[in-house]
Design a protein around this ligand. Structure first.
Ligand code: ADP
Length: 399
């Protein structure tokens, strides 16, 4: 068996976790992937899969540097050899590129400094991303490192979609606009959808629904993103696992002034204790369904709120696009939860959307059509693969 000619290590560094994936971009597969969670705590949890072997272990990773070194140790323990596997570059997922960064960018010291400067725009996400870059550069100094931005696909949103209706000077001074997130996934899924249908990407009007723990919708008009549900931060838009999505901003003032909550408390409430978790006490949809089946009224309401919001965005984007050719579901909920797909699209036949229930509930994996033959809008499930997209972008940036 001959090995891959070229592989890319993809690093996704969060505040307490580090995900990594060794990708063969030409074959479109990950050779190894894993995660270290609870970095900086007493015990961290490491999981690494390579070929058909897997290690899952409690370890001590005092910081991100230790965590990444541990990954390489585990990889070697499973017989992996990065040189033999043709590792040529490291691709880093960066959440926020600000106004300046959108194309995949070869990282040098100036870029690292710029990205650190953007941190106030994404205080939860960018600092660990920058840390991941610094750590990986220390461990793999001889390789090129490339930053791929979650906001990139939405960089070119029409001004009417990107602009908040607040004082224009304040917005300009503080770089307040709708940036959008999950862009790597929205672009990858919309491109895959065109491939699956054998239609040119530049001809299709698509609505992409990325429904994971974080969730976002986008409207893609013949290859260009023209709207998306996440905004200045990933808090806006759909109901999510633990985030509230759209709310009246007046609630924030009310919680501060009348309920006496601090800004940090409100931030935690809306980002970590809201959404499905806040309403149902569970953010995993498998648990939510179990609760509903057991007659839990709060879980039922949470589900209805979730589906209602999703339907509103689908309707809005049908209007933004003037009708769609494709609605594509992706990520953990979108790929696996047939009930969410069915309920989100129920009764939309007058708008050209007709699901085929047998296709929708079949146990098939992989990209597939789930609408009826006579549906004007083709409904798809398209598994997302952000690591593969980042790996390909990384190679592209290196020319
Ligand atoms: P992340 O946003 O963390 O990348 P994922 O895209 O992996 O998340 O989605 C995780 C979520 O997907 C889980 O919280 C759960 O709600 C949902 N999910 C995963 N598997 C299933 C399943 N078989 N049925 C319904 N929901 C699922």
């Amino acid at each position: 068996m001959t090995g891959p000619e070229t592989t890319v290590l993809v690093v996704n560094s969060g505040s307490s976790s580090l995900k990594f994936s060794l990708v063969d971009p030409a074959a479109g597969v990950a050779l190894a992937d894993g995660i270290i969670e609870r970095i900086c705590e007493e015990t961290s949890h490491a999981k690494l899969g390579y070929r058909d072997q897997e290690i899952a272990r409690e370890v001590r990773a005092a910081d991100h540097d230790a965590a990444l070194r541990l990954v390489f140790d585990l990889f070697a323990e499973l017989g992996g050899d990065l040189d033999a596997l043709g590792l040529v570059a490291v691709g880093h997922r960066m959440v926020h590129g600000g106004q300046r960064y959108h194309a995949p960018t070869l990282i040098d010291d100036a870029v690292v400094a710029d990205l650190a400067e953007l941190s106030p725009l994404a205080p939860l996400h960018n600092p660990p991303g920058v840390l991941g870059i610094e750590v990986a550069q220390r461990i793999l100094p001889e390789l090129p490192h490339v930053a791929v931005f979650d906001t990139a696909f939405f960089h070119d949103l029409p001004a009417a979609a990107a602009t908040y209706a607040i004082d224009a000077d304040v917005a300009a001074q503080w770089q307040i606009r709708r940036y959008g997130f999950h862009g790597t996934s929205h672009r990858y899924v919309s491109e895959q959808a065109a491939d699956l249908l054998g239609r040119p990407y530049g001809e299709l009007k698509q609505i992409v629904l990325h429904l994971g723990n974080g969730a976002s919708a986008s409207a893609v008009d013949r290859g260009r993103a023209v709207d998306t549900s996440m905004g200045m931060t990933p808090l806006e838009g759909l109901v999510m696992g633990t985030r509230c999505g759209d709310i009246d901003p007046g609630i924030v003032f009310y919680l501060a002034r009348t309920a006496g909550l601090s800004m940090d408390e409100i931030d935690t409430l809306l980002n970590r204790r809201s959404g499905m978790l806040g309403l149902a006490g569970e953010n995993d949809f498998r648990e939510v369904h179990r609760l509903i089946d057991a007659g839990d009224a709060a879980a039922r309401l949470a589900y209805e709120v979730y589906v209602h919001r999703l339907r509103k965005y689908i309707g809005a984007y049908l209007a933004v696009l003037g009708g769609a050719d494709v609605i594509a579901f992706t990520a953990g909920v979108g790929e696996n939860d047939a009930a969410v797909r069915r309920d989100a699209l129920a009764g939309l036949e007058p708008l050209g959307v007709r699901l085929d229930e047998a296709r929708n509930t079949s146990g098939d994996r992989g990209a597939r059509v789930i609408s009826a033959e006579d549906s004007a809008v083709t409904v798809l499930v398209v598994p997302t693969d952000e690591e593969l997209a980042i790996a390909r972008d990384t190679l592209a940036a290196l020319g």
